[in-house]
Write a protein that binds this ligand. Structure first.
Ligand SMILES: C[S@@+](CC[C@H](N)C(=O)[O-])C[C@H]1O[C@@H](n2cnc3c(N)ncnc32)[C@H](O)[C@@H]1O
Length: 315
């Protein structure tokens, strides 16, 4: 089978389908598992977009790849604190293909009115605000190596000549060796079809000029090089991920005539979202102030420069 099929089977038909924990009890941390600060800053950013009339309510709010829905919970909690009156103009959705994760999400968001959808293909949004954290790095990829692509049989990799359509894609991206995600292209087509208007705010790690494979496994907070482990041993039991190709992402934004609103390092973006204003607000509440500061230290220093915020829109 093609490597992308193997990837989907590993990650989506097994690993995520079984509803994994993210954070201390799981295989890896994300900014969401650090605490509520991340979702709170995202809520501040969302309100700025409204104040600058880039977003105009009524709106559909949509999270994709929510896992336990902690980011949605923190985002909504902050909105309730900052601007409760906005809720009458919002309709909230989570796009989640996996049943077990839908159950976890309902538990986290107990008491919150929201709708589940299994995929973007069953959605029609007139005016949406999407947010997601580390979604694109879970999209299936082909492994490309100088005119060849990977196949997997009985957990063994082999490289055969590149299909013609992929060859053209690689040439246009100047990609000689690394991961190529056709799922990313399909996702853009679905997004365009599903929405009349949207702003899509997303955080992921990646590079602009990949020159080698970055595919790796996360298992109980240890990182393993994909090419150095027994695939049979780890199959479906560890997270499988890679650096997102930002050149591919930017090219798709251009091809679809979407508008790029932001593409910047995650740390800088979180400051721009209003970190200073937020922290000053709690200066007289020592416990909360210190708690936010310790989360900020982790957010700003433990997530390296590959972590980016990008935001694009169909206006
Ligand atoms: C790395 S996890 C993200 C975790 C979470 N956002 C966080 O930051 O802690 C990626 C998630 O995206 C989901 N996912 C991948 N492709 C998807 C798609 N097309 N639609 C909905 N969810 C998707 C996976 O099932 C998985 O739950």
């Amino acid at each position: 089978m093609k490597f992308s099929q193997f990837f989907t089977s590993w990650l989506h038909k097994n690993y995520y389908k079984n509803a994994v924990n993210i954070g201390r009890k799981g295989d890896f941390f994300t900014t969401v598992s650090v605490g509520e600060l991340f979702g709170t800053l995202l809520a501040k950013h969302f309100l700025h977009l409204i104040d600058k009339a880039i977003l105009t309510p009524p709106l559909q709010i949509v999270e994709i790849g929510a896992n336990e829905a902690y980011l949605s919970r923190d985002f909504l909690k902050a909105l309730l604190e900052f601007r409760p009156e906005i809720f009458q103009y919002l309709d909230f959705f989570i796009i989640e293909p996996h049943k077990k994760l839908r159950t976890l999400q309902k538990k986290t968001l107990l008491g919150v009115e929201f709708h589940h959808r299994k995929s973007l293909q069953e959605c029609q949004f007139s005016n949406a605000f999407f947010f997601c954290n580390e979604l694109f790095d879970s999209f299936s990829v082909e492994l490309i190596d100088n005119g060849t692509m990977a196949f997997v049989e009985d957990f063994h990799l082999s490289f055969k000549p590149l299909e013609q359509n992929l060859k053209q894609r690689c040439e246009s991206l100047e990609l000689f060796k690394g991961e190529l995600s056709i799922e990313l292209e399909n996702f853009f087509a679905q997004l365009d079809k599903a929405c009349q208007k949207f702003v899509f705010a997303s955080f992921d790690y990646g590079v602009l000029k990949p020159y080698d494979f970055s595919l790796r496994l996360y298992h109980q907070h240890q990182v393993f090089n994909f090419f150095e482990v027994s695939l049979q041993q780890f199959f479906g039991k560890s997270d499988l991920t890679y650096n997102v190709n930002f050149t591919h992402l930017l090219k798709l934004i251009e091809e679809y005539n979407f508008t790029l609103l932001h593409f910047q390092k995650q740390n800088t973006a979180l400051i721009d979202f209003g970190f200073e204003e937020l922290i000053n607000q709690y200066f007289n509440n020592k416990k909360h102030y210190e708690n936010l500061l310790s989360q900020a230290k982790i957010l700003f220093f433990n997530f390296d420069e590959k972590f980016h915020f990008f935001e694009f829109a169909k206006l």
